[in-house]
Design a protein around this ligand. Structure first.
Ligand code: TYD
Ligand code: MG
Length: 504
């Protein structure tokens, strides 16, 4: 019987080694820091760099002069799904390793099977290796997705060495590993999913991807606390990290790039789960605003920018007197700490009395917005609920709120206003600094941050703070698009001014 390659347990904090697993490192005292790793083999000794188990596939050939290195033009391969290409930065880069994380049942396998089928049709053979489903299960899913007769190879396998053999045999144009937590290497004794195994699998697949220029997708599961299981170590290894977001009870799904060496990060793709797989949503603002209540206090529309794309979302707030002494503050879709901060600003700077009130804030549709420009929308929705006053249905807003109650300028204002105008909004409440380049904040922001009023304003309607505004427009179906594309811009300097403009 072949001798099993020996492994050692290495402390991730201090690097000390132990022949067996220990709960606490004997050297540095760190808890739960020992991870199984392959021991350096004796025959690999002698100091030859090429013999190291993690030596790169090709000879590096020593250092080269910067000016001697030619730029490689990577032709990106389209996945055949627009929204997916967008998150990836315009398609799949040959030789890149992409990690797709998300909760169970959110649609990771579905999306990758759809992309695999499309790429098999256009780019050549695709290997879909699953450790979670049998070939029959994958095929019956593929029937719903209309995979057809593309050269798509299915492999129900969890052994890393076998998967690598199949890659060498088929030489596919794309490899998908569903999921990296089910893959185990024969060289390690630890169970699949343990950090040592996951890291080994990712590293070996990285070498294959880079060495043979095969783009590879890894599916990663998310633990209960929301982080990728098989830890952050994996995020360093891969080129791109994508997260699947969304609620299982909603049909829409969002794929977000949190790291991308081959494109813009925080780029966003929006999908809808249908009976025939994931369908790209070309106009997310329209979808997120589709069920907006008419004439309801506590509802505000904010213009957020995710990656390069502006998206309008509805923020809802409900403020009601607390039954028990302890007031509750709940946020979903925005950061809880940020909500606490904004409530304090509202109390202190806008004179709202919220002590003894429960405050609930929700971004409709289960999306998450985490940029500071969403502050003004949150503040407006809360004030609207407290005062029981409706924000006009054709008003959108954005702006960062500071601790002194000031509304600060933000980036990409033009993009936001243009999206609001396109979606039929007629008024935009925004930081004064973004309208008037001579505002106080000039110099602290780049010129692009300041809006070009001609880009989105008809000359007759240049709005300025304090100017009389036309009567409040009645509720209008969102998504209709205003013919002129005109949107009145109202610049505000403080939260107080913003609330006066919003809640007449
Ligand atoms: P799946 O891709 O298996 O999720 P993951 O790989 O992230 O665990 O998605 C499974 C869910 O998607 C399941 O609840 C059924 C639903 N679904 C559809 O609604 N339509 C479809 O065409 C398919 C294939 C799945
Ligand atoms: Mg799956």
């Amino acid at each position: 019987m072949a001798k099993r390659p020996s492994t050692v347990f290495v402390c991730q904090e201090c690097g000390s080694q132990s022949p067996k697993w220990l709960g606490r490192c004997a050297d540095c005292g760190a808890w739960n820091s020992l991870v199984e790793e392959r021991a350096p083999s004796e025959d690999a000794g002698g100091g030859a760099a090429g013999a190291h188990r993690y030596a790169p596939a090709g000879a590096s050939g020593g250092a080269r002069l910067y000016s001697d290195i030619e730029i490689e033009q990577h032709a990106r391969i389209s996945t055949g799904i627009d929204e997916f290409d967008r998150v990836l930065g315009g398609g799949v880069v040959p030789g890149s390793l992409v990690l797709l994380g998300g909760e169970p049942g959110i649609g990771k396998s579905t999306l990758l099977l759809q992309a695999a089928a499309n790429m098999a049709r256009t780019a050549g053979a695709v290997l879909y290796s699953s450790g979670e489903e049998s070939e029959h299960q994958i095929k019956s899913r593929g029937e719903r997705l209309a995979v057809g007769r593309a050269p798509l190879y299915l492999l129900a396998e969890t052994c890393l060495e076998r998967i690598l053999e199949e890659i060498a045999r088929i030489r596919p144009a794309l490899v998908i590993i569903d999921s990296v937590q089910t893959v185990f290497s024969l060289k390690f004794q630890s169970a699949p999913g343990s950090i040592g195994q996951v890291r080994e699998a990712a590293t070996q697949l990285l070498f294959t991807a880079k060495g043979q220029n095969i783009p590879t997708f890894l599916v990663g599961h998310i633990t209960k606390d929301g982080s990728l299981a098989g830890p952050k170590a994996l995020e360093h290894v891969v080129d791109t990290v994508l997260y699947f977001e969304g609620e299982r009870h909603h049909s829409h799904r969002v794929v977000r790039a949190v790291k991308n060496r081959c494109g813009a990060s925080s780029e966003l793709g929006v999908f809808e789960m249908t009976s025939t797989g994931l369908r790209p949503v070309p106009n997310p603002s329209q979808m997120f605003l589709a069920e907006r209540p008419v004439n309801a206090p506590g509802s505000a529309v904010l213009c957020s920018v995710e990656g390069s794309r502006p998206i309008l979302v509805e923020v809802q707030a409900l403020v009601s007197s607390s039954t028990y002494g302890n007031a509750r503050r709940m946020a979903s879709g925005i950061d809880q700490q940020r909500l606490t901060l904004l409530l304090a600003v509202l109390e202190k700077r806008a004179g709202l009395n919220l002590i003894g009130d429960d405050v609930f804030v929700n971004i409709a549709g289960g999306v998450t917005v985490d940029e500071p420009a969403s502050d003004l929308g949150v503040v407006a929705a809360i004030a609207s609920s407290v005062r029981n006053r409706v924000i006009p249905a054709t008003t959108a807003m954005f702006g960062e709120v500071g601790l002194a109650g000031e509304v600060r300028g933000i980036t990409q204002a033009t993009l936001r206003v243009r999206e609001a105008a396109q979606m039929g909004f007629r008024r935009c409440i925004m930081p004064a600094a973004n309208i008037d380049p001579d505002a106080r904040l000039k110099g602290s922001r780049s010129e692009e941050a300041n809006i070009d009023p001609d880009a989105c304003l008809p000359p007759s309607r240049q709005g300025r703070s304090g100017e009389p505004r036309p009567g409040s427009p009645g509720p209008q179906a969102v998504g209709g698009g205003s013919e002129g594309g005109g949107c009145e811009l109202i610049g505000v300097r403080t939260v107080g001014e913003a609330l006066d403009a919003l809640l007449e």
